[in-house]
Design a protein around this ligand. Sequence first.
Ligand SMILES: NC(=O)c1ccc[n+]([C@@H]2O[C@H](COP(=O)([O-])OP(=O)(O)OC[C@H]3O[C@@H](n4cnc5c(N)ncnc54)[C@H](OP(=O)(O)O)[C@@H]3O)[C@@H](O)[C@H]2O)c1
Length: 304
Amino acid sequence: MAEMGLYVTEWPILFGADAAGVVKKVGEGVTNVAVGDKVLHAGTFADPAVKTFQQYVVMHSDFVAKVPSNITLDQAATIPLTLATAALGLYDKKQKPFGGIGLTAPWLEGGRGKYAGQPIFIIGGATGVGQHTIQLAKLSGFSPIIVTASPSNTAYLQSLGATHVLDRHTPLSELPALVRALTPAPINVGYDALGYPETQQALLDVVAPGGDILTVRDVALDAAALAARGTYVGRVFADVQMPAHRQVGLGLYQHLTQMLEAGEVKPTRLEVLPGGLEGIPEGLQRLKKGVSALKFVARPHETA
Ligand SMILES: NC(=O)c1ccc[n+]([C@@H]2O[C@H](COP(=O)([O-])OP(=O)(O)OC[C@H]3O[C@@H](n4cnc5c(N)ncnc54)[C@H](OP(=O)(O)O)[C@@H]3O)[C@@H](O)[C@H]2O)c1
């Protein structure tokens, strides 16, 4: 965000969207959490007051969930943004400029297992977004759940719910045939968790005419080609606090503790950065070079 100037209004500025920690104070009328509770929360891009690369954060209680004892605070901090990106893609309504594809969320009546027997295809299964999309797709009943990733991540992604992992180094042009060999059912739902022009095109080539696809970056597909195939593209933006996405965000946060406790939503693999907040710049450099199915966590209280 610093390099691209995203939401940078002035310098110096705080960044950071995800966090987990212990509640120190609650506002009037807050009943879902109390002082001393371990919690995680979803940040927002719009409000500079809720950036998380700092020791204390003010957060709207609607988007705070208790962390159950089977998950550490470090693990909890890996969850909010990429889980929101997965959830808003699959379950937010079809809307522009940002939205989803309007599936019924598993926490709503009739949502759990609703899409049983329907395949889903995810490009970038090992990204944080991909990992959470796999988990939600499983709760929604999708099967098979076919993803692309490095073969070294196969067992890990299968433990999250992926049924088939295709080597992401395979030429993208070969994906339609590889997917067809795995399921005779048409692929009506696809999620591109990378969002590059070439991965968007590869997803379009796999998804059946009339299907719905999602991308985490701006749509790079030809509008006429999309219209000819009757394909809808949702461009996801993971801010659960924005009024347009709030409804799905509220549902997610009301049910999140339960889903974490049941192991239905799992944290991402993580590494704690040394030096607290001072470890973040080096962590960002390592991210740029590329890490595999891994998130970095900084502990602000360890800053020198
Ligand atoms: N729209 C939004 O609101 C929003 C929110 C969050 C993130 N995003 C975007 O979503 C994307 C993913 O973010 P993230 O944080 O989830 O990613 P991430 O965890 O940093 O992604 C790392 C993973 O990307 C995978 N990868 C890289 N190139 C690939 C390829 N060609 N095919 C398949 N997998 C590939 C690697 O998989 P292997 O290790 O298996 O090789 C690696 O493990 C980014 O573009 C990010 O900017 C958007």
